[in-house]
Ligand binder design. Structure first.
Ligand SMILES: NC(=O)c1ccc[n+]([C@@H]2O[C@H](COP(=O)([O-])OP(=O)(O)OC[C@H]3O[C@@H](n4cnc5c(N)ncnc54)[C@H](O)[C@@H]3O)[C@@H](O)[C@H]2O)c1
Length: 303
């Protein structure tokens, strides 16, 4: 089937993981920018303002026929569904790797010309924090720090395959720390604000003929050590800077007697995810369902 292109005002976009936290941040902004949204999740539509006006299809990533039904007539797919923290290999590989392949295959079969994939900083979580401030390239080679990170490296590899073999435009977003406000010292470099998350996904949907690309998902942080080349190339213009929170966060870090997390933060891009005890995702009995993620006490949920 001939691929359609995305990006023009009024494009129809399928978003997987539409009941999730990141989707809740970006759905209203994407709609305000003219995108018509088909929300897909294994959960029912949450009764929140974020999903108002969104078409909804309850569908598990493992249901190939329903995924194709959901993508039919869409110009692009934004794939957010998945396990967002560390988990056991069986769950991670089924949901994050098999699920991504299913999404790309359904996009290919239905002619959605573009797929935006939610990757993660943890695909390269064991890459070193640059001591001299040299920006880390958008496509720094994968050095996953967890099974979760491996699944995101695999997601990028699958995106590359579907571009090279089938010609899909695929933009992988290496999202760092998406929070309403930065949660600690490390996030002075790694923070992605919710408004910048909207700008990022919108740019990935609108840019012309991106081919296959990997782009850092971070705000315009004064202390950031991430290349902006990939973002510039797709027209991503972040506006927020974690520096506005620096005084408060640095004072809090001074008062905190336990600086062990900060050691990981200084060494590796993935921070505490690169430690022997990364934050774990607690699944419900039915693995892959969205139970609230749990972090060890005193650690932020996602860093
Ligand atoms: N939020 C961040 O800071 C951040 C950082 C890096 C990467 N990411 C990535 O962004 C994506 C979204 O993250 P989030 O924070 O919104 O996570 P989330 O857990 O809040 O949302 C994930 C959604 O996926 C759905 N889902 C899970 N398994 C499914 C399945 N088998 N079939 C259909 N739907 C399924 C869940 O029901 C949930 O609504 C994830 O892929 C995550 O790895 C997020």
């Amino acid at each position: 089937m001939a691929a359609r292109t995305a990006g023009e005002r009024g494009s129809r976009v399928a978003i997987t993981g539409a009941a999730g936290s990141l989707a809740g941040d970006i759905l209203p902004g994407l709609r305000a920018r003219g995108h018509r949204i088909v929300g897909i999740d294994r959960l029912d539509r949450p009764a929140t303002a974020a999903t108002e006006g969104v078409e909804w299809l309850r569908c598990d990533l493992g249901e190939a026929d329903r995924l194709r039904e959901a993508f039919t007539g869409c110009d692009a797919v934004v794939h957010l569904a998945g396990i967002p923290l560390e988990s056991d290999w069986a769950t991670i590989s089924r949901v994050n790797i098999d699920g991504t392949q299913a999404v790309l295959e359904a996009a290919r079969l239905t002619g959605a010309g573009r797929v935006v994939l939610a990757s993660s900083i943890h695909a390269a979580g064991f890459a070193a924090v640059p001591e001299d401030g040299t920006p880390v390239p958008d496509d720094v080679p994968a050095r996953p720090n967890t099974f979760y990170g491996v699944s995101k490296a695999a997601l990028e590899a699958l995106g590359s395959l579907y571009h090279d073999r089938y010609g899909l435009d695929v933009v992988c977003l290496r999202i760092a720390s998406r929070f309403a406000r930065p949660q600690g010292e490390r996030m002075l470099a790694t923070w992605l604000s919710p408004p910048d998350a909207v700008r990022l996904v919108d740019a990935a949907l609108r840019t012309e003929a991106p081919g296959f690309r990997i782009v850092w998902g971070v705000s315009r942080n004064t202390r950031g050590y991430f290349s902006r080349a990939g973002g510039d190339a797709i027209g991503f213009r972040p506006e927020d800077d974690a520096e506005a929170y620096a005084e408060e966060l640095l004072a809090r870090a001074e008062r905190d007697p336990s600086r062990s997390a900060a050691d990981w933060d200084r060494r590796y891009l993935g921070g505490v995810f690169s430690s022997p005890e990364p934050p774990m995702f607690e699944c419900s009995k039915d693995k892959g369902a969205a139970a609230p993620p749990q972090s060890p006490p005193s650690q932020p949920r996602r860093v």
